[in-house]
Structure formats: structure tokens, C-alpha cells
Write a protein that binds this ligand. Structure first.
Ligand SMILES: [Zn+2]
Length: 233
């Protein structure tokens, strides 16, 4: 572990001023109820914070890659993800990333965490990126990297446009991501331990395909972490 991400509040002045500037346009909202927050540095409003589970869950991406999951994908957590992805609530990213990072610290051992070399994310196809304007997984991954004092790398690219995973069954999902992801630059991952971030894990087909792409490029160990896990394996 390189840095304690829990409430140190030691953002540099530049970071603080940038945040103030952003707040002028995007008022600080709690991701889980979308209510305005008095303390913009906090990761949830007092009411939602009290309800957040204190234990994270372990999941596996296809191929046996270990994945830390902070929350179950239902109720206010599912609503938070939907607003974050589809209702232009990109400003949730630091708060959600804090919860993901806490989950990484719970699920992985200090030995594993201390060997992580870089953080990356599940990429979007350029077509989807253009229509949404941002990749929610990248926003999370960049902030997680900051919290863990690790470099963020655009290590994976999506080379094929495929059907949306949530429309498909388990077996179809594995087929749908075959040959879709590729390492962007082998020199970024060769011999490295990489943490891949996404917003949700369902079957683990997408994270598994991304992990496989990095392993094929020579990465050593792959760890995964997400905000939410669904229960339908
Ligand atoms: Zn709230």
C-alpha cells in the first residue's frame, strides 16, 4: 500500500482550486441519493454513508482473475451507476472510486497491493465513447490510481464493436467479447502487475477478456476491481 486513501484530505492547492472550479458547474452530489452534499470531500452523504456495507465481496472474472467488488448491483447502488453512466453524473467518479479503492484494500493482501505497478480500465469502443462523452470506467480507474499513488495507463483498447453485454446470456457474453480487446502497448504491461477497473461485474466475461489481452501481452499478475457486482453468475 502506497498511501492511505481514507480521508486524508491533503489535496494540493491546485487540486483544491480545480475542484472549486468544477463545483461551480457541477454541484457536489451524493452518488447514492443524488442529494446535494455539505462536505464535498466526503464520499457519501451521512444518510447513505451509514447504509454502505462495511465488507466487500470477492468475485472471479472469467479465467480465474480475482476481483474485488464494493457493492451489490441493486437499489440505490444500481441507480447510482445508471446516473453515473447515462445521466451525465461524471462528477460521482471520485466518490465511487474511493469506495472501490477501499474494497481493493480489503480484498487483496498488502503484499499483493504493494506489487501492483499500474491501474487501467475496461475501455469503450470509440463509437460509444463519442456518444457518451466519457468512459465511466476510465474516470474511476484514474481516480483509484491517484488514491493508491500508482500510475494510470491506457493499457487496453477495444478493437471491435460488439453487442452490449447486458442484452446477452452467460454463454453469449463470452463469445461476444472474443477478440474484442487488445493490449494498447506491450511495453506498458510486460512483466507488470496490473489492476483493471470497471463499474460492474456480471459474468466476468468482459474483465476476463481484458485480463487475457494483458496476459497475452506479457503482464505478470492481473487484479480486478469494480464498484458493483450482480448476483446472476
Ligand atoms: Zn446520499
Amino acid at each position: 500500500m502506497k498511501k492511505n486513501p481514507f480521508g486524508d484530505g491533503n489535496d494540493c492547492l491546485d487540486g483544491h482550486m480545480k475542484q472549486q472550479f468544477i463545483n461551480g458547474f457541477y454541484p457536489n452530489r451524493c452518488p447514492y441519493c443524488d442529494g446535494l452534499m455539505k462536505n464535498p470531500e466526503d464520499y457519501a452523504c451521512p444518510g447513505c454513508k451509514a447504509l454502505l456495507p462495511s465488507f466487500s465481496m470477492e468475485r472471479f472474472a472469467i479465467g480465474g482473475y480475482y476481483c474485488a467488488a464494493a457493492l451489490r448491483y441493486d437499489g440505490s447502488y444500481a441507480e447510482a451507476v445508471k446516473r453515473f453512466k447515462f445521466k451525465k453524473r461524471a462528477q460521482y467518479a471520485p466518490k465511487l472510486a474511493f469506495v472501490i479503492t477501499s474494497s481493493v484494500l480489503q480484498i487483496f493482501t498488502p503484499e499483493q497491493i504493494s506489487t501492483i505497478d499500474a491501474v487501467t480500465c475496461v475501455p469503450m469502443h470509440i463509437r460509444d465513447l463519442r456518444s457518451r462523452g466519457y468512459n465511466q470506467a476510465e474516470l474511476l480507474a484514474r481516480r483509484c490510481a491517484e488514491l493508491m499513488s500508482l500510475p494510470y495507463r491506457d493499457a487496453i483498447i477495444k478493437i471491435k464493436y460488439n453487442r452490449k453485454q447486458h442484452d446477452l446470456s452467460g454463454a453469449q457474453r463470452i463469445e461476444n467479447v472474443r477478440g474484442v480487446y487488445r493490449c494498447a502497448d506491450k511495453s506498458l504491461v510486460r512483466g507488470k502487475n496490473v489492476l483493471i477497473i470497471d463499474d460492474i461485474i456480471t459474468t466476468g466475461a468482459t474483465l476476463g477478456a481484458c485480463a487475457k489481452a494483458l496476459k497475452s501481452a506479457g503482464a505478470k499478475n492481473i487484479y480486478c476491481a469494480v464498484l458493483c457486482t450482480t448476483v446472476n453468475y
